[in-house]
Design a protein around this ligand. Structure first.
Ligand code: D41
Length: 675
């Protein structure tokens, strides 16, 4: 063994403490303190030292979170202090009963109030972590409450779990209990990757957390985005044991654990109801799933007096939210056609109350998804509605399949125009080939054309477009310019004044810009940014129309797929005649000067963050793009400058950490004026 030079030892300790602090800031406080690259460098230095002086490497080194050798099986462990379960309440009445039962037991007058701790009930896996002399020595699942499984190697890979307790003062023996869960972002990202690589995705974040913890190979667990939130303490040997649940949670926070941000100490039963309402509103916005609230009598002495029945404490209760997953029946599948002709299967369900609303439809995405689910019409299915996302079918309950269940047949002809439906090799979506001949696509194309970021035709909303197409007043966007007052006022619910207003807005919208016009055409994959790049690079519409795939590919950010779509669009004679008709009706824009001085920001990427007071964000973006800059949503080493208004947060921090030029709105305006 090599002797360790004193200065190396000192830098080792410093690196370790610095890395632990950054981990804590990132994973526990959700407030990154340094760029990832900086973290990686520190970690590299730490590992280099450990490589040379292996005796320095302690089990709580931040380098030890990558997982180790795979196990053959998990061993069983006994919980010294049983891990109790929670009674459930599903209504306000049950909550009132709960509060009354407690008061009766401790002879509290019904007019007196109890102090409760309120916390979101995370939907994950309950675990126990044991710290001896401040070091994490064992992690276990709850199991049946008495016997669980030893998952120490797996919990060690979870970055929000401290490998050793923070600070110098901690109990000799501490057992922390909490919930390991997978945040929604991480879950979605994981599932997306699983689908891309042909692996089986997880049904929900809770299964994902459970499945990830059940890995015998902790190297796999290490790759899963798991977190842990502490919610109670089992064994405790040491001085200064806090005297209430709330004080204990605060202490756990000081020792380095993640504590839920929304915990609250309140007084009286009304406050519990209020908290429930608040959290119910917040539920969709949280970045993790919760299935209810846990209320706990705050005072430890009272908890002790109340004790437990069967396996649940009398002093705590879980008030459940409406479930986010329910079983129902798949009645039928319909196929909808979108703007780009994408044919999407939509499940018609027996209406079911899930995630707080009654759901009658769910998306089935595409043919691959139908195959993956192996679902038939008539099947019992599990529907999930979490957050604001469209309800999904996550599983077919094959065991309950009735006789005569029908397989779902993807249509070969478009349900709207009867043109054939084709699926391009390698693409998930099937599309109607009818183009603008297809009524569904016409409507969606016109809605897009009229939308705010496109031609911005005020007063031409979705309903009106439907009515115009359904009443044969228009067949394409070009027909908008032929609309006559006499015909319009014949439409149901169209007053003279609204009709005049509409015609006026159509007239006003004729003054536009080349990028907006290109975007309006609804060419597949051509979003605002691509339209701007095309305009900047080609300068005129005719040059874009004439561009070959090769010429398009030379443009920054235009890949082979977009290039193909652009060429296909302008090769289609129907599209060309529509564009021609629009131009003849007086729609116009200024061509873009190709000379370098008109695009002084070419090649630069800018980021806007915080509130802009004088200009709107959209306006600032337009101006920057007109000068050739790209405007991106996130800061990276490639960012040229960041414009930060009041309220700027993580993007500003990142820009500062990366030493990127930062402008106020005022200085941006001055800068643009001088260009
Ligand atoms: O967030 C949770 N899932 C949660 C679970 C929580 N916030 N608090 C909890 N408190 C308890 C007691 C009161 C027994 C200490 C719990 C659970 N138990 C629990 N989780 C799984 C079974 C019981």
């Amino acid at each position: 063994m090599l002797n360790i030079p004193e200065d190396v030892h000192q830098s080792y300790l410093r690196l370790k403490s610095e890395l632990n602090q950054h981990n804590h800031a990132y994973y526990v406080l959700d407030d990154p303190s340094i760029p990832d690259s900086h973290y990686d460098r520190l970690m590299g230095e730490l590992q280099a030292i450990e490589q040379q002086y292996s005796q320095l490497r302690t089990p709580d080194s931040p380098s030890q979170r990558v997982g180790g050798m795979a196990l053959d099986s998990f061993s069983q462990v006994r919980h010294e202090v049983p891990m109790l379960s929670l009674d459930n309440a599903f209504s306000d009445e049950e909550m009132i009963d709960f509060d009354r039962r407690i008061k009766d037991r401790i002879n509290l007058d019904s007019s007196q109030n109890l102090i409760y701790a309120c916390e979101p009930k995370l939907d994950g896996v309950a675990v126990s972590l044991i710290y001896q002399k401040g070091m994490l020595v064992r992690g276990a699942t709850r199991g049946d409450g008495s016997i669980g499984e030893d998952i120490t190697a797996n919990v060690r890979t979870i970055k929000s779990i401290p490998l050793s307790l923070h600070g110098d003062i901690f109990p000799e023996l501490l057992e922390v209990r909490g919930e390991i869960y997978m945040p929604r972002d991480g879950f979605n990202h994981f599932n997306k990757k699983a689908l891309e690589s042909g692996d089986k995705p997880f049904v929900n974040p809770r299964n994902a957390a459970a499945g990830s913890l059940r890995q015998l190979d902790s190297k796999i667990t290490a790759t899963r985005p798991l977190e842990m939130c502490a919610y109670s303490v089992g064994q405790y040997q040491g001085d200064q044991k806090p005297d209430s649940h709330f004080a204990m949670l605060n202490m756990l926070g000081t020792l380095g654990f993640k504590i839920n941000q929304h915990i609250k100490q309140v007084e009286g039963i009304e406050a519990l109801e209020e908290y429930y309402q608040q959290l119910a509103k917040l539920r969709d916005e949280l970045d993790y799933d919760i299935d209810g609230i846990v209320y706990k009598v705050n005072d430890f002495k009272l908890q002790q007096r109340l004790g437990f029945v069967a396996k649940a404490p009398r002093w705590a209760i879980a008030r459940k939210f409406p479930a986010q997953e329910e079983m129902t029946r798949l009645l039928d599948v319909e196929f909808q056609v979108g703007r780009t002709g994408a044919v999407t299967p939509v499940a018609r369900l027996e209406p079911v109350f899930v995630g707080g609303v009654t759901v009658g439809n769910a998306t089935l995405h595409n043919a691959d998804e139908i195959n993956r689910l192996g679902v038939c019409i008539g099947d019992t299915v599990i529907v999930r509605r979490a957050g604001d996302v469209i309800p999904q079918i996550v599983k077919a309950v094959v065991e309950k399949r009735p006789e005569g269940a029908q397989p779902i047949v993807f249509p070969e002809r478009c349900p709207v125009c009867q043109s054939s439906v084709k699926r391009i090799e390698g693409e998930a979506v099937a599309r109607c080939t009818g183009g603008l001949f297809c009524g569904a696509q016409t409507k969606e194309a016109i809605k897009h054309y009229a939308s705010r970021k496109a031609m911005d035709i005020d007063g031409l909303g979705d309903k009106l477009v439907d009515a115009l197409v359904d009443n044969d007043l228009i067949y394409s966007v070009a027909d908008l310019y032929e609309l006559k007052l006499e015909k319009l006022i014949n439409l149901e619910r169209m007053a003279q004044k609204s009709a005049e207003n509409l015609l006026n807005s159509i007239e006003t919208s004729k003054q536009t810009t080349l990028p907006k016009f290109l975007f309006s055409l609804g060419i597949r994959e051509v979003g605002e940014a691509t339209a701007q790049t095309l305009a900047n690079n080609f300068g005129t519409l005719d040059k874009v129309i004439a561009a070959s795939a090769e010429q398009l590919l030379e443009v920054e950010d235009v890949g082979p797929i977009v290039a193909r779509h652009i060429v296909d669009f302008f090769r289609n004679p129907d599209n060309l005649s529509i564009v021609e008709a629009i131009r003849n009706s007086g729609v116009q824009w200024k061509d873009i000067d190709q000379t370098a001085q008109s695009l002084p920001l070419k090649g630069q990427t800018w980021v806007l963050t915080g509130t802009l007071a004088v200009m709107s964000r959209a306006e600032a973006k337009d101006r920057l793009q007109q000068f050739g800059a790209k405007v991106a949503g996130s800061v990276s080493a490639k960012t040229h400058a960041v414009v930060a208004g009041p309220g700027a947060g993580s993007k500003l921090n990142k820009a500062q950490a990366l030493d990127i030029q930062i402008l106020t709105e005022e200085s941006l305006i001055a800068f643009l004026e001088n260009l």
